[in-house]
Design a protein around this ligand. Structure first.
Ligand SMILES: Cc1ncc(COP(=O)(O)O)c(C=O)c1O
Length: 489
């Protein structure tokens, strides 16, 4: 059964069209079926349940289902319920597609990259325009005679040797001594997470993650069929006192975002890093530290990566130039014990036979100027964050937050209500937001909104003014923060 809350995530924008409500609902369900968010055979909630979840009259849902039945999109049978119609031409979805579909349903961030809503400002994805250094690196690579690049094997699943060496040098400078053989080049940190999941996470096994955590990681592990074990995480990162009993349950993997946490912006202190490294060595359970945001500190000095505190532990350190330089490069890396990196290399070969050489060559140039890039980003990101907080104080004076130590997100708390209910209202006011529950394996944090500070000043001013108007329209009494899931069917 497509549970009402899960369906609500698919239908976040359902009321934004024109015409009577039943027609808008019908169009939204129709579109969800076309996009494959509701797969052939997927059951729909009973009319009364969906009506309650969407705060509509039952007749509106009855009429919408009626239209979908007439147009051959769904079928119903007395006593058996309602489901998306199967047809002879349907390509049968695999069990993995069911997992990917339900993972995507909650992932408003990735969905926004696939389908851009016009007239809506997206306060959704967290990426910055490229630094000028990216254009310079492109010029340098273009000026190189092609035969210099062509001398590389065109298929290099482990990555361009010069980049593996540049990444190893960069990590060594950050107090994590590394040689090129310990580095696998990937297509972004996202692929790094996928490769690790493919190699180390069998279906049905457990992966421990911070709660909240990075949406893209929740999705990869869920799509791999893993069960997610949430670990409480606060302003100082994961609570290390809870780790030992959790590791005794033998999860397959522990995934962390220590520098700077997505979405809270927290920095894991050196003391906690030492504890985690010691436990990884003792239990020999792989720890993945995703440092994709590590170059985006706003103030405090960055401690060494967790892997620096235990040389013989199965710790995988993920990195990427996406956030510091530009996400369009689609380059990333994994650093770890040589044997594990070699095994991951086989998965990389199966995935795509290696990442494009010319962007790898650009990243070799970029890594030579890291300190300058970090300084430039720190200056601009502080300005953007200051503007965002000033706008929030003006338009949403009863919201609260902790200033992030780094990263690109502000984890804001509403004084009451449920951000999943605010999100469709905000859409109608022309701004897309992500409810905090998308960052939680257990759908907690529905009273939070994850706000990127990445756009220019004029756009941000407009976005927060629109959000303020949406909040004025929504603003519930302070009675049931995060209480949306009582409509579960
Ligand atoms: C923690 C974290 N890991 C990985 C990624 C994906 O990065 P990439 O662009 O390198 O694939 C992101 C992007 O937001 C992120 O925040």
């Amino acid at each position: 059964m497509a549970k009402a809350p899960a369906l609500l995530e698919t239908l976040v924008d359902w009321s934004s069209g024109s015409g009577p409500l039943y027609a808008r609902l019908c169009a939204a369900l129709d579109a969800a079926i076309t996009r494959g968010e509701l797969l052939p055979g997927a059951p729909l909630p009973p009319e009364r349940t969906l009506a309650r979840a969407l705060k509509l009259s039952r007749t509106t849902v009855v009429q919408a289902y009626q239209n979908l039945r007439q147009s051959g999109r769904i079928d119903s049978r007395q006593g058996s319920g309602t489901w998306v119609r199967r047809s002879e031409q349907d390509l049968r979805p695999s069990p993995q597609e069911h997992d990917v579909t339900s993972a995507f349903r909650r992932n408003v961030v990735f969905r926004s990259m696939l389908e851009h809503a016009q007239d809506t400002i997206g306060m959704v994805a967290a990426y910055l325009p490229p630094l000028p250094a990216v254009a310079e690196a492109a010029r340098l690579v273009a000026r190189q005679p092609l035969h210099a690049l062509a001398a590389e094997p065109g298929y290099s699943p482990m990555g361009m040797p010069a980049l593996r060496k540049a990444v190893a040098d960069s990590l060594s400078r950050a107090d994590l001594p590394t040689v090129a053989e310990q580095v696998l080049i990937t297509s972004g940190a996202q692929q790094a997470i996928s490769l690790v999941a493919g190699l180390l996470v069998p279906r049905g096994e457990t992966v421990a993650v911070e709660d909240p955590t990075y949406i893209g990681a929740i999705d990869v592990f869920s799509a791999a069929g893993a069960r997610l074990l949430p670990l409480p995480a606060g302003p100082a990162g994961v609570d290390v006192d809870r780790l030992r009993p959790m590791l005794e349950t033998r999860p397959r993997l522990l995934y962390l975002v220590p520098s700077f946490h997505n979405p809270t912006g927290a920095l894991l202190p050196e003391r906690s890093r030492r504890v985690i490294a010691r436990l990884a060595a003792e239990f020999q359970i792989p720890v993945v530290e995703d440092n994709a945001l590590a170059g985006l500190g706003l103030g405090p000095a960055l401690p060494p990566p967790i892997a620096a505190f235990a040389r013989n532990a199965p710790i995988l350190t993920i990195g990427s130039p996406s956030k510091l330089y530009w996400s369009g490069l689609r380059v990333g890396w994994i650093r770890g014990p040589e044997a594990l990196i070699a095994r991951l290399g086989r998965w990389k070969a199966l995935a795509d036979l290696g990442s494009p050489l010319h962007t790898q060559a650009m990243v070799v140039h970029l890594l030579a100027e890291e300190a300058a890039a970090e300084k430039a980003r720190r200056r601009e990101n502080r300005t953007r964050l200051d503007l965002l907080t000033a706008l929030l104080k003006q338009h949403l004076p009863d919201w609260s937050w902790r200033r992030p130590d780094g990263g690109l997100l502000l984890w804001a708390r509403m004084p009451s209500g449920d951000a999943n209910e605010l999100a469709p209202i905000a859409r109608r006011h022309g701004v897309a937001i992500v409810a905090g529950s998308a960052n939680s394996p257990d759908h907690r944090f529905a009273d939070r909104v994850r706000l990127p500070f990445v756009c220019d000043a004029a756009t941000m001013e407009q976005a927060i003014a629109r959000l303020g108007r949406a909040w004025q329209e929504y603003r519930p009494l302070p009675r049931r923060a995060g209480g949306r899931f009582d409509v579960l069917v």
